[in-house]
Design a protein around this ligand. Sequence first.
Ligand code: URA
Ligand code: SF4
Length: 222
Amino acid sequence: MTTTTATERPGAEQWVPAGAGVPELRSAAADCRGCELHRPATQTVFSAGSVTARLALVGEQPGEAEDRAGQPFVGPAGQLLDRALAEAGIDRTETYVTNAVKHFRFTPTPQRRLHQTPDLAHLSACRPWLTAELAVVDPEVVVCLGATAARALFGAAFRVTRQRGMLFARTARSGDAGLVQAGWLMATVHPSAVLRADDRDAAYAGLVADLRTADSALGEHR
Ligand code: URA
Ligand code: SF4
């Protein structure tokens, strides 16, 4: 057994049990040491929602509230997402909600833990979990919430500003061979970006419209 230093980044692969369902993946992810982010974080935040969902939502990484609760999208961004989903006519309990990175990355300050965007290395290290869970759930439509999730699923060239709200066939366009099976992939703005937007109403309406588009693609299997 080798020990892992702070600079080593073996990736999650060795912690991902083969042939596992979501509950087994979730409990295995609790012990993941695939990158250094597990050290300062409180716990692994895996997914929530239906494991037979037709619509999956992928965020960036857990935030402050999620790190404490152990559940994705339960803080301010999650509350905004709940509202937007409801307004788009989507029942959140029927969706599968997860993140591209499963540990909260932050910079400690005397006042609070400041969110820090995960690097490409963290996305890569954590990808085996996302690959495994999406393979099991096998949703018809996957929605990336924000640029980081889009980076994880579409690749670095994707631009949320220009390509948000567009449905891409997962087989042809995502460029992430291991992840794609069938159906559609889309990216939209992150709920946190809506909270920070100058024109919050417009940003919120855009999120709702994109979620409606995603919902309308259900059943339109290629
Ligand atoms: N932001 C995310 O991207 N994911 C969460 O779970 C919470 C906030
Ligand atoms: Fe493992 Fe992902 Fe957490 Fe890194 S962020 S330790 S790869 S679960």
